[in-house]
Write a protein that binds this ligand. Structure first.
Ligand code: HEM
Length: 176
């Protein structure tokens, strides 16, 4: 298995980025929803101190992934898949990029407008009510949209793997 993808399977670089991003996204949803549901400011700050670096790792991996596709080529579509399924899958992949970039922008906007970053990372002053700042609304809506995309993406992969039994997951995993 090479660094680059072949017509049949994804290459090591994309496979590593894909599963690392998936793991980090679990951490992002867990810390994000936890922070949003935590009233105690000290506990919320502690959770956000993990949430923000994980988010920055996810956006770095996403930019690397977009850059990598400039030098690599996607494998061929799965044989026998209807056109609408291929087009839906492609649309979901593009939406992932758009929503992840939007979540990062709204998160950074929230920090910039609220001035909460020095408090979160330096312990200076009190944590403001983040709902007073406009980027909080798209950040919450984007989180739910992203969860929906993850659910569709994972269901489609499981449908291929266990209903169509076309071993789709194998091409997004490491091999010798
Ligand atoms: C891919 C990127 C990101 C994802 C998937 C994500 C996910 C989430 C989720 C699921 C929530 C809970 C939302 C709710 O319940 O309404 C949340 C809250 C939050 N996120 Fe993010 N986030 C991302 C990027 C960022 C970035 C880059 C920052 C800051 C620089 C940030 C700062 C925050 C803050 C401050 C909250 C808590 C708001 C509150 O307690 O009311 N996020 N995030």
């Amino acid at each position: 298995m090479g660094l680059k993808s072949s017509s049949e399977r994804y290459g090591t670089v994309i496979v590593a980025i894909h599963w690392l991003t998936a793991l980090l996204m679990i951490g992002l949803f867990a810390t994000g929803f936890r922070a949003a549901n935590t009233i105690d400011p000290a506990a919320k700050v502690a959770i956000l101190r993990a949430h923000i670096p994980i988010a920055l790792a996810v956006i770095t991996l996403t930019v690397l992934r977009i850059g990598w596709w400039a030098v690599d080529r996607k494998p061929d579509p799965i044989a026998g898949s209807p056109r609408w399924q291929e087009q839906t899958a492609r649309a979901i992949h593009v939406l992932f990029y758009v929503v992840i970039i939007g979540m990062t922008a709204s998160g950074i906007g929230l920090m910039a407008l609220s001035g909460a970053a020095p408090m979160i990372f330096g312990g200076e002053g009190a944590l403001p009510d983040l709902w007073n700042y406009p980027p909080r609304v798209p950040h919450g809506l984007g989180a739910r949209l992203l969860l929906g995309l993850v659910a569709l993406h994972a269901s489609a992969a499981l449908y291929h793997q266990f209903v169509r039994r076309d071993h789709l997951l194998r091409r997004m995993w490491f091999s010798r």
